[in-house]
Design a protein around this ligand. Sequence first.
Ligand SMILES: [Zn+2]
Length: 259
Amino acid sequence: MIIVEHLGFFKHNLNGMERIDFIMPEQLKKTFFATLYLKNDINCFAEGNQEIVWNKMSHNYNNEKLVAPNQVHGTKIIKSEEKNSLPIRINADGIYIDEKTGCYSSLRFADCAPVVIAGTFPKPWMFFLHSGFWGTVKNISSCAIDYLLIQHKDFKITNTSFAWIGTSICKNCYSRDINENKTSDAMKIFDINNIEIKERSVFFDIPGQIKNQLKKCGFRNNNIYFYDECTCCKSETYYSYRAGDKKCRLFLLGKCTTN
Ligand SMILES: [Zn+2]
């Protein structure tokens, strides 16, 4: 059943679990899949523990290994491979997935933006990135591009490079105290059009800033998809830290399907 459609995404209900699929373009359809599981009984029960989520769900995915790093609002990226899989949990906020990786990969979210980027050149690649306020200040998206440049010296963003910014907190819901040192540091980094000052609060447009960062990396505007729905405004559908979900998390899951 189709509930709502956003370009580049498909929100639907499968076996009683609501999810948003990140629709891969023709060139990557047979190579990668990525989906975001929304509020459901398993995610509520697991209270953000990906090991519990996977214990309950892995039978739907051939009981394969899961890479689920311990997210720390940094920029470290790890490879999706068995030595990094559960029960091991390395501190990291990005996962690199390519045709050599056989594991499933996951990250968890409650207001921070799930960013997926993928491309075909010079070989198929995909990243899962946790880009909340700090991940965006530190520009984890550009760190992913740097990671690819180390893997492939001739790497460049082409017209077959794509990016998805999943559902995250909106510019009307994310504010910080203007007198905090960290707020003024972030104001120097965010583009002026992604900041709004109202009395003692500074409102930050996190997805807007991520979009600018992706464009600066070289992604074509038409290849950047944004699920324009706020986790905090719509906390009946999504987990939102700012709306009171201190533990439960949305569950991003994906894999290279040629393995
Ligand atoms: Zn909102």
